[in-house]
Design a protein. Structure first.
Length: 217
């Protein structure tokens, strides 16, 4: 006599369905965006002149399958990178954050299934710790900043339930001069730059001694 197995129904709260629907729409939207350059194929896991969708410590020359992001995570990773755009530094920081999130799940689960709509503060804590272990101090700090930006993105685009999280990785005491963030901090803000531009456009007789001293400095 055969036994009829009952059909299993799993209830999903409305907000979870909204997150998943938003995620699917985001993934579809990003596939229609223009590529960041003309040197890579979206389907590839190695984007020339952009970056590779691989875990911490991956060998980009050997290109081993086991060093790629899990298939459950790959679509979001590609969408997040192409949507954000930006220069090399910005893309690298986003990739660091994605690798850290991937590491946070693979370190705690034998079988990964990374659904970004279900990430928690604990996942981000584990991701920050993974970045500390895998990267130098400066790079780990950038990964932490990337994680904070990732969480902000997920919340603002209604892809995840809101929760608070702060980057626990402190900025190194001595940042390299050629670091983008350190260089940016040394620059005057935009209002100051515009004021200097206006002053230097004046004729000499229109300037006060203080104007001359300031612009010379």
């Amino acid at each position: 006599m055969s036994t009829i197995m009952p059909e299993v129904f799993i209830f999903k709260p409305k907000h979870e369905l909204e997150h998943e629907n938003n995620l699917n729409e985001f993934l579809a939207f990003c596939r229609k965006l223009p590529p960041l350059n003309e040197k890579y194929d979206y389907e590839s896991n190695y984007w020339d002149k952009v970056g590779n969708f691989t875990i911490f410590g991956a060998n980009s020359r050997k290109r081993m399958t086991e060093q790629l992001f899990d298939p459950s995570f790959m679509p979001f990773a590609k969408a997040y990178i192409v949507y954000g755009g930006g220069g090399k530094s910005a893309v690298d920081n986003r990739l660091k954050a994605l690798r850290a999130i991937h590491a946070s799940r693979t370190d705690t689960n034998a079988l990964v299934d990374i659904n970004v709509t279900k990430l928690t503060a604990n996942d981000f804590n584990n991701a920050a710790e993974a970045a500390r272990k895998a990267l130098g101090k400066g790079a780990a700090y950038q990964a932490g900043r990337g994680l904070a930006n990732l969480l902000k993105f997920l919340i603002e685009h209604n892809l995840i339930s809101r929760f608070s999280w702060k980057n626990p990785i402190l900025k190194p005491a001595h940042q390299a001069v050629d670091d983008d963030d350190a260089r940016q901090e040394k620059m005057p803000d935009e209002d100051a730059l515009m004021a200097l531009a206006r002053v230097t456009s004046f004729k000499m007789e229109e300037l006060s001694p203080r104007d001359i001293f300031t612009t010379s400095t």
